[in-house]
Structures are given as C-alpha cells and as structure tokens.
Design a protein around this ligand. Structure first.
Ligand code: COA
Length: 386
C-alpha cells in the first residue's frame, strides 16, 4: 500500500546575481531558511549544468556537507530546467514506496559566473544539439517560434504576453527572495529591447543564481515534524521529443498536458478546486501555454484571461504568486523545488503579503528545455483535507 507523503518544511535562498556566494553557501542559505533540524534518510540535489557553469560536478556530497546532514545517500539529478521537479518526484517515490521516511531535496544553480553568451550556450545544450542549438537556435528563439505560432492560430497579441510579465513582476514585489522586486507595465515590456521576435527582454526570465529546499516525510513522521504539513497528492512526469521539429504541435507542450492529466487523475483533485498554480513561465508565452496545457483555460483562452486579470493574485486562479521564473528568477536547477516551496508556504498560510486567501490545493508545473520533460505536482493543505 503506497504511503501518504507530506512536505514538512521548505526554504529558499535569495535569488539574483549572487557573486558573493558559492553553490554550497546558496544551498546552506536555503536549508537554514527551511529551519528543519531533524534527521534525513536521503538527499536529492537538482542542478542542470553545474559542471559547465561552475566546474563543479558531484553535487550530492557537496550539498550534504553544506547542510550538515551526515553521511546519508546523496545524489544529483538532471532533467534540464525540470531538474527540480524531477528530483522532487524521485524523493516522493522513495518515501511513498516505504524505502525512506524523511527525504530532502535541494535544487540549485549558479549561472552568473559565466558571461551572458556563455550562459545562453550552456542552456541551449538542453535543446536538440544537431537541429537546434548548433544552428544558433537559443531558448528565446525556440519559444519565440512557439509564440509566433500561438499568435497565428489564436490571435494572441504581444500586449497579452506583456500582461504576464507585468503580473509576475507585481507579485515578485511581495517576495523578499525574488531576483527582481520592481513593477513593470505592459508599456515597459513592449518598449524593452527585442531578444527574439516577438519576445523582448521583459518577456524573458533572467539568468539567476539561487537555491531552494524542501523536506518531505511519510504521514506518521510528518505529523511529528510539522504542525501544518502539506500533502503531495500526486507528482507526475511525462516526456516528449527533444526537438520542436518532432512535436505534433508547438502551440502547447504535449508532455505537460499528459503529466497534468495523470496528476489530476491520481490526486483525485479537480481543476476547479485548484486555488493557485506555480507554472514554468521561462518566457511569457510559456505561462500562456502552461495554463492551456493544464486545462485552466481552453486553447487560445489563457492570454485573454490574463489580460482580464483572472490569473492575478486576486483573480479566480492566482498564477505564480511568487513572481514566477520571470521575476522571482530562474536558477534552472532550483526552479522546480522552489515551486513546491512556494506552494508549501501558501498552503500553510505562511506566504505573507502574497498569501492567496484560503489556499487549500495548489499545482506546480515544471518544464525542461522547450518541453521534452514536464513534471506536475498537486499539493493539499491541512485545511483542505478536512
Ligand atoms: N528581465 C528583466 N530584467 C532583465 C532581464 C530579464 N530577463 N535580464 C536582464 N535584465 C536587466 C538586468 O538586471 C540589467 O539591469 P540593470 O542595468 O539595472 O542592472 C539589465 O537588464 C541588463 O542586463 P544584462 O545582464 O546585460 O542583460 P542581457 O541582455 O545580457 O540578458 C536576456 C537579457 C533576456 C537575454 C537574458 O536574461 C536571458 O538570456 N534570459 C533567458 C534565460 C533562459 O533562456 N533561460 C532558460 C529558459 S528555458
């Protein structure tokens, strides 16, 4: 009989340009923020490209020492920008199966020690090398293709994409861990320099340093460790072709749609009952596609809904209350873990000024590369289960 799995603590380092901190320091900062003092049975570390960014591989023991957790098994896991979600899933499975009672996941990436064009080159290794990266197609370029197609099929406008950025920057102003804590207007986004048409600088997530940590435990142990644990009802993963050229559609991410369908089935949750979502807005178009892939809005409906304010903190489905990748920042290996950390804060009523009132059920959506890997989590707060 699979066991029930709960998040008992979560924390985050400050995201941003953290030139003064190494990977071990960032991990320690996130761990201390989580405030967990118990013993763990195992550690999963997520990072997309620590070797390329910092010349440091073998992060399991590095992070284990930094958080002072003895000699338990530790391993690093890579699934591009979905590394964090994939590591949470492995931790979830190990607790659910009965192998371990308490498992930590620390996600991190230190990206700003290399020049910007080198960061872009390293990131593009998560796309299809032969047909995409080596032709010069960076991630902004790949997502720009998706944006153009979405505009062609559904009439999505650049202003509607800009509204995603304005909303997420506004939310990040309420998050003291965020990379950017400044508002931007739709006009600011429209006037920002082009990166890959139609995407502009303010349509893109930044290159960030940062770490996030969560600690999960089986039901009996969890209740002794936290007064307000949040249950992980489901954590599902799906895959698709690495290259955009092999996809059946580029107006959405089929792997995300499949993982969301599975997660909803396994959790028993209904979309209408989801109180908030942390989704993978690496580019503004990615948030629009995420909302349509998960099913919050019909195809072609999410951009208009965003423009109407339905995804704002006070809207019917608050999306990215943390500020999302766009404004909280996107240290790629940390992102998926950070999404779970935000949901835990929200479900335990500890999200401060960005608290979604009455949040009981939350969804995470984490995507790797241009969508070849997707992980969807569904969490439920204590109040919600009663
Ligand atoms: N959003 C908002 N502001 C940004 C920003 C972003 N994405 N990127 C940079 N800035 C700001 C910087 O803070 C800096 O502000 P300052 O002058 O007040 O200090 C200014 O813009 C210039 O920064 P710089 O580092 O020179 O920007 P850049 O032109 O080198 O990089 C991007 C801009 C958009 C190209 C870069 O952020 C990027 O590549 N993003 C995408 C990352 C990515 O692909 N991730 C993986 C997704 S799958």
């Amino acid at each position: 009989m699979p066991r029930r799995v709960f998040v008992v603590a979560a924390g985050s380092s400050r995201f941003g340009e953290r030139w003064e901190a190494g990977q071990a320091e960032l991990a320690k900062e996130a761990w201390q923020d989580a405030g967990f003092r118990g013993k763990i049975d195992s550690l999963f570390v997520s990072s997309m490209a620590s070797g390329a960014f910092t010349e440091q591989e073998h992060l399991g023991p590095l992070v284990l020492s930094a958080i002072g957790s003895g000699s338990v098994p530790s391993v690093r896991l890579e699934a591009a920008c979905a590394s964090g979600g994939a590591a949470v899933r492995q931790a979830f499975l190990s607790v659910r199966s009965g192998e371990h009672d308490v498992v930590a996941v620390v996600g991190l990436e230190k990206m700003t020690d290399v020049p910007p064009d080198e960061a872009s080159r390293i990131l593009s290794q998560a796309s299809l090398a032969e047909d995409e990266a080596r032709t010069g197609a960076t991630f902004p370029a790949l997502y720009a293709l998706m944006a153009r197609r979405h505009m062609h099929e559904f009439g999505t406008t650049e202003e509607q994409l800009a509204a995603v950025s304005a909303k997420n920057h506004s939310n990040a102003c309420l998050n003291d861990k965020a990379h950017f804590r400044r508002t931007v207007s739709v006009d600011d986004v429209m006037r920002s320099p082009p990166v890959s048409d139609p995407l502009k600088v303010l349509d893109c997530s930044p290159v960030s340093d940062g770490a996030a940590a969560i600690i999960i435990a089986e039901e009996g142990v969890a209740r002794g460790l936290s007064e307000n644990p949040a249950e992980i009802l489901a954590c599902e993963q799906a895959s698709g072709p690495l290259g955009l050229c092999a996809r059946t559609t580029i107006c959405g991410i089929p792997a995300a749609a499949s993982a969301a369908k599975l997660a909803l089935e396994k959790s028993g949750a209904k979309l209408s009952g989801i109180d908030l979502a942390e989704v993978h807005d690496c580019f503004t178009i990615a948030e629009i596609m995420a909302l349509e892939d998960v099913g919050f809005f019909p195809r072609g409906g999410a951009a208009k809904a965003t423009e109407r304010g339905e995804t704002a903190l006070s809207g019917s489905v608050p999306v990215n209350p943390s500020g999302g990748l766009k404004a909280k920042g996107h240290p790629v290996g940390a992102t998926g873990v950070s999404q779970f950390a935000e949901c835990f804060l929200q479900l335990s009523g500890r999200a401060g000024k960005r608290q979604v009132k009455g949040a009981r059920t939350a969804l995470t959506h984490n995507v790797g590369g241009s969508g070849a890997t997707a992980v969807i989590g569904i969490l439920s707060g204590e109040v919600g289960r009663k």
